[in-house]
Design a protein around this ligand. Structure first.
Ligand SMILES: C[S@@+](CC[C@H](N)C(=O)[O-])C[C@H]1O[C@@H](n2cnc3c(N)ncnc32)[C@H](O)[C@@H]1O
Length: 322
């Protein structure tokens, strides 16, 4: 028996009987014109955050979705691609695949633009993706990678990089945690499978993504997700889990390290119309320029009174320095 058996057993149960405790934090699912999400599918939203970022999506993209769940995000991706098999969704749990298929058939009835054949559901594992090198433009996973041990996480990230074309994107959504989660909880296989105890710190999470060969990482959102209650889990203090949405770009990692965008900007408030930092950044006076963490930290360290470097918003939405 490995922890994968426990994970699969939990999601078998969650396919047969939707489990509200596994569902993401309550909140309105995003709405798009003409997109209707069947209630059966909505009840199986087993992710945290979203991997569907409008700015990355266009009709010609081929998408690979790892861990289909009830099919909610596969449907949302298909909204943008609208071609047969333009979204490939993998899941090793037969009952989950079946449920996603039946939910997508329900979606076909309430969405005139949608055909279930837009989403191809395959029996497969994120650790051993049954696709060739460079097959897809976008890989997405929501609340799967945090379940994996570090060795498996590294393997899943390498697999995602392998099947992505150069310049392709990996959209991730997972819990992170800046506090220490005791080993007793980390090694509790059911808790881990339920996305409650495998979370890494943000820094470590990003480090693993970069180690798999992603040269740019964009932090798209970070917000409170769950609490491990000290009484219920026998902890000294409550432990806050946050949900992190990130998009990693499959480009070579620069020699001086990856470009990680977290919403920091630099603003030049000096006497000239602009400042050229000699490293490829032209900063117009009074106009915030998005910069990656490396650049933000270098510019902060200059200690110049005519440069303001704003703190991370953790909601980076494009534009930038690298
Ligand atoms: C937490 S759920 C997330 C489902 C979906 N992504 C969502 O946001 O609703 C994890 C999903 O990954 C599937 N899964 C478990 N182990 C997997 C693996 N090794 N490779 C791919 N999918 C896996 C589960 O069956 C389940 O559908």
């Amino acid at each position: 028996m490995s922890y994968h058996d426990t994970t699969r057993a939990l999601y078998r149960e969650a396919a047969l009987e939707p489990q509200s405790s596994l569902c993401c934090a309550p909140g309105p699912a995003f709405r798009l014109p003409g997109l209707s999400i069947p209630s059966e599918m909505r009840a199986m939203n087993y992710g945290c955050g979203t991997t569907v970022h409008f700015q990355d999506l266009s009709p010609e993209l081929d998408v690979l979705y790892l861990g289909v769940g009830g099919g909610l995000e596969a449907l949302q991706f298909a909204y943008f691609t609208r071609r047969p098999r333009s979204v490939i969704a993998l899941d090793p749990v037969a009952e989950m695949r079946e449920k996603a298929r039946s939910n997508l058939l329900l979606a076909e009835r309430s969405n005139p633009w949608f055909r279930a054949e837009f989403v191809e559901i395959l029996d497969g594992d994120a650790l051993d993706i049954p696709l060739p090198v460079g097959r897809v433009d976008l890989v997405a996973q929501n609340c799967l990678f945090n379940i994996f041990t570090q060795g498996d996480l590294d393997r899943a990230l390498r697999e995602a990089a392998r099947v992505l074309r150069p310049g392709g994107r990996l959209a991730l959504s997972d819990p992170i945690c800046e506090q220490e989660i005791p080993e007793r909880l980390r090694s509790d296989e059911r808790l881990r499978a339920a996305c409650l105890s495998g979370a890494l710190t943000l820094e470590r999470y990003v480090q693993r993504i970069v180690a798999a060969g992603f040269g740019t990482v964009e932090i798209r959102a970070r917000r409170p997700y769950r609490v491990l209650d000290r009484r219920r889990y026998g902890l000294e203090q409550d432990v806050l889990l946050e949900s992190l949405e990130a998009v990693a770009v499959h480009t070579p990692v620069p020699e001086d390290g990856a470009c990680v965008f977290a919403g920091e900007t630099v603003i030049y408030v000096g006497e000239e119309d602009m400042l050229d930092d000699g490293r490829g950044h032209v900063i117009l006076r009074d106009v915030p320029l998005s910069v990656c963490r490396k650049t933000a930290s270098r510019l902060r360290s200059l200690g110049r009174g005519d440069l303001i470097v704003t703190p991370p918003t953790w909601h980076y939405a494009g534009g930038g320095c690298c």
